[in-house]
Write a protein that binds this ligand. Sequence first.
Ligand SMILES: [Zn+2]
Length: 184
Amino acid sequence: MPGQDLIDLPIRFDPVNFADHERELHGLVATRSMVRLKENVVFTEAAVVANITFQRGMYGYPLVQGAVEAKVRMRCERCLDEVAVEVNPEISVLVTPKEDDFQEKQGEEAENLPDIHECEGKNLELADLIEEEILLALPLVPKHKDISLCNQDMIAWLAANEGPDEDQAPARKNKPFAILKSVD
Ligand SMILES: [Zn+2]
């Protein structure tokens, strides 16, 4: 299993210190505290894998770069069944203290700005930063890769209950299953 031999990464730390020491982290970030992620998916594994480095970036702010691997389950928009989704965003995030108002000073229209993560003082909550990057990477319309992978019974049931929609419904002439029908 991936992740089995990986260490748990520190939960919070001073990002400036990590940047000055050009720390490299490879390990697990618990999803326990990722409330917004959990609101957006059906299921998430207990941890995601992060492979990140720290260095000084723009204006000397700590720059976090690397990649994240997250495995979640979402609701397929086509069949409403669960679909496994893997996201592997490459990240490049500038960590700025909240009190600096860095983002406001740059203005909304500033181009070529890296992703910004604001943190409280010297405490970077790594899970917060990682969560934001995963949220950005989640598909807006999660779907099984191919309609053949969808739950065909659900598709038939939905087609039967929401009127004929030839694009969505597979060529299945049978009535939806009695069990599914009784849900109504
Ligand atoms: Zn589906």
